[in-house]
Write a protein that binds this ligand. Sequence first.
Ligand code: KDG
Ligand code: MG
Length: 406
Amino acid sequence: MKIVDASVVVTSPGRNFVTLRITTDDGVTGLGDATLNGRELAVVSYLRDHVAPLLIGLDPHKIEDTWQSLYRGAYWRRGPVTMAAIAAVDVALWDIKAKVANLPLYQLLGGASRDRVRTYGHANGRDLPELFDSVRERMAQGYQSIRIQTGVPGLKRVYGVHGEPEVLQGLERADGHPRPLVEDWDTGAYLRHTPSVFEAVRNEFGPDLPLLHDSHHRLSPIQAARLGKDLEPYDLFWLEDCTPAENQEGLRLVRSKTTTPLAIGEVFNTIHDFRTLVNEQLIDYVRAAVTHFGGVSPLKKLFDFAAQQQIKTAIHGPEDISPVGMAAAIHMDLAVHNFGIQEYAGYTPATEEVFRHAFTFTDGHLHPGEAPGIGVELDDELAAAHPYAPAYLPVNRLADGTVHDW
Ligand code: KDG
Ligand code: MG
């Protein structure tokens, strides 16, 4: 069996998605997600110009060898563009291998370790009444664990609250060029406000509902330690990305001051980024995405490494991971022993039409389905009806104009 084609499809059914399709001489196809939010076309070029020509003629079954040759052979290792491109190849090859075996991917990863995959959904509101409505809406959709994000008094636009669709569509074009939206930030106001939000949510929804929160890389270690301590009475499932994720050693201070569980790693690309965090057991959940970590093959190695320190998995699953990347994640979730939770933001109806998938969402739980492979098909005609649209994530500025981590 040989690879005869590797082509890239870019589609934007509400947001941009980049998909690699690998085809074999037997006519078997495999899909891989290569979406890198806000930098999509860099990965398209990496795949089209540099990777696709190398794949033609290779045996699609040689997944590990292909992965190693793309990772080591380029010499320039790591980084989100490289690892998203390698991830797309890896997942497409796993898709092909599982289709040829006539098995859903999870069967090749060791088989099911559970019946279904627990998820969490996103609730947000500018104020408490809006937040409570959002929590009720998520619960009505079946979610049994909920991420809480709110506005902060005095700030106009805050991460996780004001909606990504605006970010995509509301690009400022004063001089004809797209510009990222600017959000504002005040760490003191955030630290003073956030514990009162969780107190109110606990009073409204009781002690049992698992609650999560994402600080989105905005705090220094001492600030993160304070927030973790202040949130302890509200029994969070986790506090996510409390400090900029690359500051691994900073987590020692946070960890020594709080028992609030910590989750980190959605912007990490390789197992090396987790080394100190895992070896010193400084976190409780690894958040890497199949799509940005080089695919299923390296993520399985990370999960096995994390398991030695009783650290659980929590694959990144925002709207900007395509249904292809999500499907691969759900197969891993079903199979690995140290599964923790899966983030699932859901998709727009237009996205569901372009990407038809076997995975299902019922009572707050996902299941990958029993279709051979990862269980996703891409409709090329519908994809072409949604052309690429330039998009940026926002930037964050303090009151005096200083750029802050977003
Ligand atoms: O593209 C950026 C998003 O993926 C990120 O902001 C989402 O932090 C995120 C999360 O936890 O889902
Ligand atoms: Mg996050």
